[in-house]
Design a protein around this ligand. Structure first.
Ligand SMILES: [Zn+2]
Length: 280
């Protein structure tokens, strides 16, 4: 049994979870969400990875009033190959979604760990898939949730071409110099359970470097469970471990960190409707 207490999870926000993937990892999302929200958990943004997955996720989870949704296309080789058709499908999903539930476009971005030029990946196509989603963010005035792995410079180069789009670099995986680059572009940085891993020195340095008004926290559930859960599937309640360490590294109380992360989530994603739930 879990030992959640009100003080542990109350007011925590997980800005990046893939709730529909929990079931395949042996976790019932409904049951866990009921436990979390009845304990005062602050909110979750449920993230899309495929062009057509938004409607099903809204059906499954919109009965929880502290969940909002993002819709985006992850840069899988198949998605890169089909980017024009899939961007059109994504736009349809965005148009049809209840506006008060749709928080962002994403996740979208560049992954040069999986998509390597030397292995024949379509690098130009990957960039175009990202640009198509930045175009949608601009058109529908939504923030973006950016995935960037082993591609800091290339990501920054593309984002710099969209100065009117705001967003977050999710599961930030770089060091302080790259943090500065993305902060200078106006982006928020979101830290995941990787912050708790042994080799996270540069990441921790980046965390200390981020100003109070640009910091977000997340799990990326079901991936990247924080220590001491590493090796198990992650679920949103585990974000508390990341808050605990982040507060210690920044030399502030967990309560202060909860308050500033909640404010930043509301500021970036424009979730006034979530605010009243967090206050209550
Ligand atoms: Zn993700």
């Amino acid at each position: 049994m879990r030992q959640d207490t009100m003080s542990d999870i109350a007011g925590l926000i997980d800005t990046h979870a893939h709730l529909s993937m929990l079931l395949s990892r042996g976790i019932s999302p409904e049951k866990r969400l009921e436990e979390l929200f009845s304990g005062g958990f602050g909110g979750i943004i449920d993230i899309g990875t495929e062009a057509h997955d938004l409607a099903d996720r809204v059906d499954a989870f919109s009965r929880f009033d502290r969940i909002r949704f993002a819709a985006g296309i992850w840069p899988y080789p198949e998605a890169i190959a089909g980017r024009r058709e899939l961007a059109a499908v994504l736009e349809q999903q965005i148009r049809k979604a209840p506006p008060q539930l749709l928080a962002a476009v994403g996740e979208c971005g560049l992954d040069r760990h999986w998509n390597k030029a030397e292995a024949g990946a379509d690098i130009a196509g990957e960039g175009e898939l990202l640009e198509a989603q930045l175009d949608l963010a601009k058109q529908y005035r939504l923030p973006v949730i950016i995935h960037s792995r082993d591609a800091a410079e290339e990501t920054a180069e593309i984002l710099s071409q969209y100065p009117e789009v705001r967003g977050v670099i999710h599961c930030f995986s770089y060091g302080a110099p790259q943090a500065k680059t993305f902060l200078d572009l106006g982006y928020y940085l979101s830290f995941a359970g990787t912050l708790t891993y042994k080799n996270a020195g540069p990441l921790r340095e980046a965390l200390r470097f981020v100003p109070d008004d640009r910091l977000l926290l997340e799990t990326d559930s079901p991936f990247l469970a924080p220590i001491p859960y590493r090796g198990s599937p992650a679920e949103p309640g585990m974000v508390g471990e990341t808050y605990r360490l982040a507060a210690a590294l920044r030399g502030i109380s967990q309560e202060k960190l909860k308050a500033l992360a909640a404010k930043n989530t509301l500021d970036l994603f424009g979730l006034e409707s979530l605010q009243s739930n967090i206050d209550s």
